[in-house]
Design a protein around this ligand. Structure first.
Ligand SMILES: CC(C)(COP(=O)(O)OP(=O)(O)OC[C@H]1O[C@@H](n2cnc3c(N)ncnc32)[C@H](O)[C@@H]1OP(=O)(O)O)[C@@H](O)C(=O)NCCC(=O)NCCS
Length: 439
């Protein structure tokens, strides 16, 4: 699907920018000069170093299939450099029940510090939402630098992540013995062999998106900063039948004093089976000259905690919002996922931006599939009924946020007693949704 590359720029936001003397336009990603300027502006916006020529070449190649938008100020001294950037693409988002949906992934939102707080990000974001709607995409998603920016656009956190630190001098393995073996691999080989593994994992994890192009290569240090690859090591886990079931990419940080107390940083771990999970974690925790394993951006409920003799050897820190979602089409979004229990729920959704508001009846069958219809008049007898904003509905969407908690926080109104619990019985997932990368 390439329609997302050719669909013209959003008129409403383009007009808003024009009124402020600015130009909102699509960047031709096959024009290496213009795209290079855009990539430099993106790095500048996040206060990152200027990309090297090698990194620019890799990014030009890896990001060419994204819809790439810039805002230009023709009166600026360096008018070829955009004063704002945003990039987007139709990702596949895994939903509860192993289904997935197209999701409008938004990334690289930056505004130059010379042009901040005059509504540029707002114009770009609303343009992205209207573009997604025009393309028939029911949900928008992003990961955020600050949690204060996107609520106003109807986004809310739907999947959380945590950083783990494990003291490997205290932690002794108490989990199951793995049946297979671990192989050291060059990064390119791990990337190639990992493809089939990651696809299997994706369908089992609500909140994950498909990793391809730059997002995939980047895991192995093969796109982006070329110096990173020098620090990375990769291993693959094969089960007893020799079938690859997982891989890990990691690096080491050497302390200035005790060479035998290095820190292993788990850059990425992907396991398709519990056996591979046990095999790779045990391998990582038993590497010599290491006293600490740090594992950023992992699940909030990592099973490895239960596989150690000393549960206190694993510490969770920085548990926080990670994937933010924004429903644009209530019927399409809610019908795309599966539910844990049958039930009927009346939803009165408010959306100040006008995309997804309305009254709906969600009717979930015994098999966990749903039909959503417009609701006129009273909610049917026996149905739960709640009033909520589109952000709150988006937070509930992946099953990782509790409606009961949102009700207690005053973010959801129960229109019938006990409705928040009823929503949880239908929406919640057994395992928390999770996204394993930043984008
Ligand atoms: C975040 C950023 C894109 C905002 O751009 P901007 O053009 O200044 O934002 P706007 O002028 O459109 O602001 C829209 C609204 O968001 C608010 N806002 C903007 N940035 C905010 C922030 N960092 N924290 C809290 N509120 C913010 C504005 O006050 C404004 O509120 P209002 O609608 O109530 O008036 C810009 O500050 C930036 O580039 N930051 C560094 C890169 C970054 O963090 N990007 C986000 C990546 S996820």
């Amino acid at each position: 699907m390439t329609e997302h590359l050719t669909l013209p720029i959003d008129d409403e936001s383009a007009e808003r920018m024009r009124a402020g003397g600015l130009r909102l336009g699509l960047v031709d990603t096959s024009d290496v000069g213009a795209f290079g300027q855009w990539l430099e502006a993106d790095s500048r916006g996040f206060h990152q170093p200027r990309p090297s020529a090698e990194s620019l070449t890799a990014q030009v190649r890896g990001l060419a299939d994204r819809r790439t938008t810039g805002v230009y100020d023709d009166s600026a001294a360096d008018s070829a450099s955009p004063v704002a950037t945003v990039s987007s693409w139709p990702a596949r988002l895994t939903l509860p029940g192993g289904t997935d949906t197209a999701a409008w992934a938004i990334s690289a939102v930056t505004v130059a510090s010379t042009h901040r707080r005059r509504g540029i990000a707002s114009a770009m974001l609303t343009a992205e939402l209207r573009t997604a709607q025009r393309l028939g995409v029911a949900v928008a998603i992003l990961t955020v630098s600050e949690a204060t920016i996107y609520g106003r656009f109807g986004f809310a956190p739907a999947a959380f992540a945590a950083d783990w630190t494990i003291d490997t001098r205290k932690a002794k393995w108490a989990g199951p013995a793995a049946s297979g073996r671990v192989h050291m691999l060059p990064l390119e080989r791990a990337r190639d062999d990992g493809r089939a593994i990651i696809e299997r994992i994706r369908s089992a994890t609500p909140g994950e998106i498909d990793l391809r192009g730059h997002l995939w290569e980047r895991l192995f240090g093969l796109s982006g900063d070329p110096d990173r690859a020098k620090t990375l090591r990769a291993v693959r886990y094969d089960d007893a039948d020799g079938v690859p079931q997982g891989f890990a990419v990691y690096s080491f940080k050497q302390p200035s004093e005790d060479f035998s107390a290095q820190a292993l940083n788990l850059e990425y771990l992907a396991t398709a089976t519990d056996d591979a999970y046990a095999g790779l974690w045990r391998y990582l925790l038993e590497i010599d000259l290491v006293s600490t394993v740090t594992a950023p951006l992992r699940r909030v409920d990592e099973p490895v905690v239960w596989q150690l003799t000393d549960v206190r050897s694993a510490k969770k820190a920085d548990e926080q919002d990670h994937l933010w979602t924004r429903i644009l089409d209530v019927k399409a979004a809610l019908e795309a996922r599966r539910y844990r229990a049958p039930g009927a729920i009346a939803l009165e959704v408010s959306d100040p931006l006008g995309f997804a508001g309305g009254r709906f009846l969600l009717d979930v069958s015994a098999s966990g599939t749903a039909v959503v219809s417009p609701l006129d008049g009273e909610a049917p007898h026996g149905a739960a009924a709640v009033a909520l904003g589109v952000g709150e509905l988006s937070a509930l969407y992946l099953g990782g946020v509790s409606a009961a908690v949102l009700a207690r926080a005053g973010r959801i109104t129960e229109l019938r007693a006990g409705s928040a619990d009823a929503v949880d019985a239908v929406f919640r997932t057994a395992v928390a949704p999770w996204l394993s990368i930043w984008f």
